[in-house]
Design a protein around this ligand. Structure first.
Ligand code: ATP
Length: 304
C-alpha cells in the first residue's frame, strides 16, 4: 500500500524538553488518520515537522515521498493546511477569498465547486469577517482544498464548537473521502476520531501509546467491565471483592460480572448492607482514551 506519510523514529527536543521521543507513523494514501493527544502531548510539533515548518532533532520523515526538511516548493502545492486560527482577510467575500487563493497554485479547483463542497455556496458573497465560527472553518477548509491537495492537515477542526456545529463539521470532513485525498486530523476528542478516522494513533508525552482502528484501540487497553455503587451506611464490603473507592462510588473491575454481582448481592442481603445505585458498565472508547493518556501523562490538562 502506498503511504502519504512515513515517519520512523522521529524525535524533537527543545533544549531539555523532549517533546517527541522517537515516534513511528504511517498514513496510507486516501485514508483519514486521527492523531490524538492532550495538551502538550507533541501533536503540533509532529505536524509542523511533517508540514516542513519545524526542523526535527532525529528520525526519518517522508511526506508524499519527500523529506519536508528539504522539499521543493512544488511539494507544498500538494499539501493543504487548515490551522486552528483563520488567517483570511476579513474584508474579502467567501468567493473572493477562495478565488484569490486559487491563483497561487499552478493547478487549482474551481472556487465555486469548492464552496459547494464545504457547504458555503449560500454564503459566497458574505464577507469573511461576517461569517459564523462554523462557516469560517468551512472557508478555511475551502482555502485548503482549492489548491487540489493530495494531503490535508486538519488541526483540531472542531475545538470550541457547539454540538450541532461539530456534527456539521464531521459531515463535511467525511465528505473529503469523495475527493480521494489523505487527511491527517489532529484532535483532543476521541468521539471525533472514532467517527471520522480509519486509523488512530494516540500520542502522550511525546510517545505513541496506542494505535489502530477505533475497535482495535478499545481492545488494546483492557476494557474491563465495572460494577459500581454508592457506599451506604451498612458494613464495609469485604476485601476479597477487591472494591476501591473512586470519587463517590465503590468500583469493582471484573470480567466475571455475573458471578461477582451474584456474590456481592448475596453478601449484601445477608449483611443488610446497601448497594445504592448499583450499576454495571463497560468502559467507552472515551474512557479508554482518558485512561491511556492518564496513565502516561499524570498532569494532563483539559482540552483547551
Ligand atoms: P496542544 O494540544 O496544546 O496544541 P500539542 O500536543 O500540540 O499540544 P506541542 O505544542 O507539540 O503539543 O508541545 C509539546 C511540548 O513541547 C510541550 O511541552 C511544549 O511546551 C513544548 N514546546 C512546544 N513548542 C516549543 C518551543 N517552540 N519551545 C520550547 N518548548 C516547546
Amino acid at each position: 500500500m502506498a503511504h502519504a506519510i512515513e515517519v520512523r523514529g522521529l524525535t524533537k527536543s527543545y533544549g531539555d524538553v523532549h517533546a517527541v521521543r522517537g515516534i513511528d507513523l504511517s498514513v496510507a494514501e486516501g485514508e483519514i488518520f486521527g492523531f490524538l493527544g492532550s495538551n502538550g502531548a507533541g501533536k503540533t510539533t509532529t505536524i509542523e515537522i511533517l508540514e516542513g515548518f519545524r526542523t526535527r532533532t532525529g528520525g526519518d520523515v517522508r511526506v508524499l515521498g519527500v523529506d519536508p526538511a528539504t522539499a521543493p516548493l512544488t511539494w507544498r502545492e500538494d499539501i493543504g493546511i487548515v490551522l486552528q486560527e483563520s488567517e483570511i482577510e476579513g474584508e474579502l467575500t467567501a468567493i473572493e477569498a477562495v478565488t484569490v487563493h486559487a491563483a497561487c497554485f499552478a493547478q487549482s479547483r474551481n472556487p465555486e465547486e469548492v464552496l459547494e463542497l464545504v457547504g458555503l455556496s449560500d454564503a459566497r458573497d458574505q464577507r469573511a469577517k461576517k461569517l459564523s465560527g462554523g462557516q469560517q472553518r468551512r472557508l478555511d477548509l475551502a482555502m485548503a482544498l482549492v489548491g487540489d491537495p493530495k494531503l490535508i492537515f486538519l488541526d483540531e477542526p472542531t475545538t470550541g464548537f457547539d454540538p450541532s456545529a461539530r456534527r456539521e463539521a464531521w459531515d463535511m470532513i467525511d465528505n473529503l473521502r469523495s475527493l480521494g485525498c489523505t487527511v491527517l486530523l489532529t484532535t483532543h476528542y476521541m468521539d471525533e476520531a472514532q467517527l471520522l478516522a480509519d486509523r488512530i494513533s494516540v500520542i502522550s508525552h511525546g510517545e505513541i501509546v496506542a494505535r489502530g482502528t477505533a475497535d482495535e484501540l478499545a481492545n488494546q487497553v483492557a476494557a474491563i467491565p465495572r460494577i459500581t455503587w454508592k457506599p451506604g451506611t451498612g458494613p464495609a464490603v469485604p476485601g476479597r471483592f477487591g472494591a476501591a473507592l473512586e470519587k463517590d462510588r465503590m468500583v469493582i473491575e471484573t470480567h466475571d460480572v455475573v458471578e461477582v454481582v451474584h456474590e456481592l448481592t448475596t453478601w449484601a442481603k445477608a449483611e443488610a448492607a446497601t448497594l445504592d445505585d448499583l450499576e454495571i458498565a463497560r468502559p467507552t472508547l472515551e474512557d479508554t482514551y482518558l485512561r491511556l493518556i492518564g496513565q502516561n501523562e499524570p498532569d494532563a490538562e483539559e482540552p483547551s
